[in-house]
Design a protein around this ligand. Structure first.
Ligand code: AMP
Ligand code: ZN
Length: 114
């Protein structure tokens, strides 16, 4: 399977890792759109949230838990942050392995809905 995030998990592609446990990994986005821009991914390859099967929903608790942990570690928990998932064509999803964008470290603009 030709998935860039699976290759990052496997160590075939380098990343600037900020967090890892048995279910979840997180690393800095290669093209940051904010002062802090981290991607949080499940280690299991699932293309998008539309593809999640029964039995895998707890991954979202794991991802959210990791997000709070990382925000505290990076010192942005109090200043605030955004956690964003893109799903499918209209969202602009470019990498088809579920990921959440953890963004903060500065005052963010309004959510860009268009
Ligand atoms: P999305 O548009 O939600 O699919 O976001 C994909 C994100 O993955 C973009 O913000 C990219 O900059 C980021 N990205 C793509 N390749 C890499 C990589 N090798 N390491 C880190 N981030 C990446
Ligand atoms: Zn993958």
């Amino acid at each position: 399977m030709d998935c860039i995030f699976c290759k990052i998990i496997d160590g075939q592609v380098p990343s600037n890792k900020v967090y890892e446990d048995d279910k979840v990994m997180a690393f800095h986005d290669i093209q940051p759109q904010s002062a802090v821009h981290v991607l949080i991914i499940p280690k299991k390859h699932i293309p998008s949230v539309n593809d999640v099967q029964d039995g895998d929903w707890e991954l979202f608790a794991d991802i959210h838990s990791a997000a709070v942990h990382i925000a505290k570690e990076l010192g942005i928990a109090q200043s605030g942050y955004r956690l964003i998932n893109n799903c499918g064509k209209d969202s602009g999803q470019a990498v088809f392995h579920i990921h959440y964008h953890l963004m903060g470290g500065e005052q963010l603009g309004p959510l860009n809905i268009k």
